[in-house]
Design a protein around this ligand. Structure first.
Ligand SMILES: NC(=O)c1ccc[n+]([C@@H]2O[C@H](COP(=O)([O-])OP(=O)(O)OC[C@H]3O[C@@H](n4cnc5c(N)ncnc54)[C@H](OP(=O)(O)O)[C@@H]3O)[C@@H](O)[C@H]2O)c1
Length: 287
């Protein structure tokens, strides 16, 4: 999802190669090194990950091989070809017990297999490279990927009562805005750890309600539930709000407020073919 927003954005100003899993599996150290040796990039932006948070609980070995060892392979290959690296990490490296927003130098303590594997990935990057960015983001949504916004719209077309978790708080982040911020960051040499999320915070329940206010559907009701009631396999942090302090220190603008960003995304979706997915779903022709 993020890659499809980022590559066209960067291509406006740079020579960019988008590398897919079909081109190169990051679990294969030789393959990633061969790809980088052939191209000699100045910077590698590493987004590839096993991102199914509940799936990681059932398949910890895939999470470890992809998110931890795969990231080590990318970092090692970057060191070999003397490239800087930007690694996209996650709010799920934190345990969510802090009162107040997490800062970049707060100590991670992941509570899920996914969070642990991404945190190990971060540690490999720090250990192997001097010139790196770690950009932690959260609650991503945008075109070309399964995400909370499209899930809510699709489900709301099929059922009139939605139950959504109200005891986890974070910051929704629009991939287009994150792509723009990553591009700005990558043009600096201010290496380090950054929190890069949409501004403002909400619960998943509040996020769902905002989606359905901007995309109204007749007689759909959203009810708040607890994380325990949701029955998800992976634990999620109750508080995954990340203060974007390092961006501020680097004199980079904060990203737009999540409500502004959501309105922008939904307006774009209404104009695009993606809107048809929900309309067709209403007629029972898609799922
Ligand atoms: N989504 C979020 O809410 C969120 C929040 C915080 C941080 N992040 C991080 O942001 C980054 C981008 O997330 P996203 O939501 O855009 O993820 P995504 O849509 O799941 O994209 C991840 C990509 O990695 C590929 N991939 C998986 N295993 C691979 C392997 N062994 N070698 C090469 N490529 C592989 C996937 O290919 P297949 O599709 O073929 O599997 C997919 O194209 C990830 O690093 C994620 O951890 C995401």
């Amino acid at each position: 999802m993020l890659g499809t927003a980022l590559v066209p954005f960067l291509q406006q100003r740079h020579q960019v190669w988008g590398i897919d899993v079909d081109d190169c599996d990051i679990c294969d150290a030789e393959a990633i090194l061969a790809v980088l040796r052939a191209r000699h990039p100045e910077l590698v932006i590493h987004l590839a990950a096993y991102t199914d948070v509940d799936g990681c609980e059932a398949n910890p070995q895939i999470a470890e091989a992809t998110n931890s060892t795969g990231t080590r392979n990318v970092a090692t290959a970057c060191a070999e070809v003397d490239a800087a690296m930007l690694y996209v990490s996650t709010d799920y490296v934190f345990d969510g017990t802090k009162v107040g927003a997490y800062l970049e130098d707060d100590l991670p303590n992941p509570v899920s297999v996914y969070g642990q594997s991404k945190w190990l990935g971060e540690q490999h990057v720090r250990a192997i490279l001097k010139r790196y960015f770690i950009a932690r983001t959260s609650w991503l949504y945008g075109p070309n990927g399964k995400n909370f916004v499209t899930t809510i719209l699709r489900v709301a077309h099929k059922q009139k009562l939605l139950r959504v978790v109200n005891d986890q708080h974070g910051s929704p982040t629009y991939t287009r805005h994150l792509a723009s911020k990553i591009a700005e960051l990558a043009e600096t040499q201010a290496y380090g750890v950054y929190h890069t999320t949409g501004s403002g915070t909400c619960s998943w329940f509040e996020f769902a309600r905002a989606i359905l206010e901007l995309w109204p559907m007749e007689s759909v009701q959203v009810l708040p539930i607890s994380s325990d009631e949701s029955g998800r396999a992976a634990r999620r942090p109750a508080n995954s709000v990340l203060e974007n302090r390092a961006l501020q220190k680097a004199h980079l603008e904060p990203m737009p407020h999540w409500k502004v960003a959501l309105a922008e995304y939904l307006n774009e979706t209404k104009r695009s073919s993606q809107a048809r997915v929900f309309e067709e779903s209403e007629r029972g022709t898609a799922n």
